[in-house]
Design a protein around this ligand. Structure first.
Ligand code: ARG
Length: 571
């Protein structure tokens, strides 16, 4: 139990003693504040809310309450106006926090909130035969971090790559390939070549509109299982996936399922007949739609006049499939903010179909990646290839390593971990709905709020443990006084907060809380390191301080892991 929970329990039982039984320890916990200035105490409890129940002025209540609370982990309790200010016994708390972390290791912060229940997380989901965009990068890193964080909360995340592998564009692509395609070129650079063919199709179709008809025909053939069409489609899909896999491998992201849109082809009829049975389908301009007038939303398109189904139909089928397959606690969709309406419509249709579990579905939107104030676009061949971004980041880090630490072992692997980490962290340190300004300088520096900075701090702490010959087995007693001082205390307080931050990040689907947390922890640790002697101390003091360093290593590494970053021990 964290010290804050202990304090909440102490306050709650003192309140019962005073005749207040309307506040349980959870509620008290929620009311605890951090005083603006550490000199006023470590924790504050406001008494305003109690005035009514006790028919007394808050300052009087505070005085009475303060007199009723004492004992470990508290050193002093003071009433100040309407507040009870509590001072912790810092030595006792430090021992407890560090001891817990060193005993639990990477499991520190693990909870069982999710009770092993499934959470399908729809992430990445790029479109076949198109470049992997910055939006897909954001979805990948945010979704992967959410999966890690929820796993730490005791859920069972199911990472699903809902590939955009179906739709009329594949008819067009087949036409273009049959007219102008070259097998060798596609094999050599699939995405580039397929994109080229797709762009060419549109250019040519402006001159010759009959191409559009041919595209529709070929899509129809594809839907009807025509052998040539199927063959080309699955070849395009395989080649594209191979390309995407390179990116996933670099980023160390893997999926539990790559059921894309095409997977739902044979599950669409059921959706349509369910909607029909429930009397939800209406006709609009020859198309079948579900009206959402009552929510002031445009209708949800289910079937076009030519019988073709749509993106939304496939998402309905996917939602049913996920519900039936995973019986999920929550279902998460990490998809750009542009698709907000699509997901609102999806939930409303499911609600109208009578599925209460629609309430457990969450669209997790995110903002755009901007460069010089403009969206980084993949259209018209002006491609910012993500692979190139990652390759560039890795190369830059390699250069720094060659300059600063040429004898480093595993240079290449470390460069990958730090280069890719920089790209991921640059994304995750910001609240996801904010647009991000893509900046090499900001992303790659070893100072400031960057992935490399946190990784470097972790590596420095590791090297301190090596130099100090830190022995995990002997780390039991902290020597009194070894961890006195505001620098050490700032580190301990933050270490103690980690489980709470994990929980908040999970409940709010907000990895940036972990991003900010690891930056804060790195900063307070570096302050401690700069101001407190560690290695030049006598053995017992040194050992105590090294325990704090070891606890920082555990938590920084685990925080980075949750975000999807490696923590090299040397760099
Ligand atoms: N492929 C889509 C796109 O790139 C994203 C799919 C998101 N997932 C979903 N279930 N709709 O825009």
């Amino acid at each position: 139990m964290s010290y804050k929970h202990q304090v909440a329990e102490m306050i709650a039982s003192a309140l019962v003693h005073m005749g207040v039984d309307s506040l349980n320890k959870e509620q008290v916990y929620g009311m605890l504040e951090t005083p603006p200035n550490p000199a006023m105490g470590d924790i504050a409890f406001p008494c305003f809310q109690l005035a009514k129940a006790l028919r007394k002025a808050p300052p009087m209540i505070a005085t009475e309450l303060a007199a009723n609370i004492s004992g470990s982990p508290l050193q002093e309790v003071k009433a100040v106006g309407p507040y009870v200010n509590l001072f912790l016994d810092q030595a006792a708390v430090s021992t407890q926090v560090i001891g817990t972390i060193l005993a639990q290791g990477a499991a520190y912060g693990q909870s069982n909130l999710g009770q092993g229940r499934n959470v399908p997380i729809d992430l990445s989901s790029p479109n076949i035969a198109k470049p992997f965009s910055m939006g897909h990068l954001r979805s990948t890193v945010i979704g992967n971090a959410i999966a890690n964080i929820m796993e730490k909360q005791g859920y069972k995340p199911v990472r699903i790559n809902h590939l955009g592998d179906w739709g009329t564009q594949f008819g067009k692509l087949i036409v273009a390939y049959r007219l102008w395609g070259d097998e060798e070129k596609v094999k050599a650079e699939p995405i580039k070549e397929l994109l080229h063919l797709y762009v060419k199709f549109h250019e040519e179709a402006e001159k010759d509109p009959s191409l559009e008809d041919q595209g529709r025909e070929w899509f129809k053939k594809l839907e009807d299982g025509d052998e040539e069409a199927q063959h080309l489609w699955s070849w395009f899909r395989d080649e594209s996936l191979k390309e995407f896999m390179k990116i996933y491998d670099l980023m160390n992201v893997s999926f539990d399922s790559t059921h894309g849109e095409a997977f739902y082809n044979d599950k669409m009829d059921r959706v349509v007949s369910l909607l029909e049975e429930k009397g939800l389908l209406t006709e609009s301009d020859g198309a079948q739609v579900v009206s959402l007038d009552e929510y002031d939303m445009p209708p949800c398109l289910i079937k076009k006049s030519d019988g073709a189904t749509l993106y939304a139909t496939r998402d309905l089928a996917a939602a049913l499939f996920r519900h039936e397959t995973y019986d999920f606690a929550k279902a998460v969709y990490v998809v750009g903010n542009e698709q907000r309406l699509h997901f609102q419509q999806l939930y409303k249709v499911l609600e109208k179909m009578g599925y209460p579990w629609a309430a457990n579905m969450h669209h997790i939107p995110f903002g755009m990646m901007l460069k010089d104030g403009k969206k980084m676009s993949t259209r018209k061949g002006k491609v910012v290839l993500l692979e190139e971004v990652l390759a560039q980041a890795i190369a830059d880090v390699q250069k720094v390593i060659e300059e600063k630490n040429p004898s480093l072992a595993n240079k290449e692997e470390v460069a990958r971990q730090v280069g890719v980490g920089a790209v991921i962290f640059h994304d995750l340190k910001n609240y996801r709905l904010n647009d991000i300004n893509f900046s090499w300088e900001e992303m790659l520096t070893f100072e400031g709020e960057t992935g490399p900075y946190v990784q470097y701090t972790h590596a420095r702490a590791c090297s301190l443990l090596r130099k100090g010959n830190y022995q995990p087995a002997s780390s039991s007693e902290l020597v009194p006084g070894a961890l006195e001082g505001k620098e050490a205390w700032a580190v301990v307080t933050l270490l103690n907060a980690f489980p709470e931050v994990v929980d908040r990040a999970g409940n709010q689907f907000d990895p940036s809380l972990i991003g900010k947390y690891v930056i804060d922890l790195a900063q307070v640790f570096n302050k401690f390191y700069a101001n407190v002697r560690i290695l030049a101390e006598e053995d017992a003091v040194k050992a105590s301080r090294l325990q704090l360093v070891a606890a920082v290593v555990v938590v920084l590494k685990e925080g980075l892991r949750l975000l999807g970053l490696a923590a090299p021990e040397e760099m």
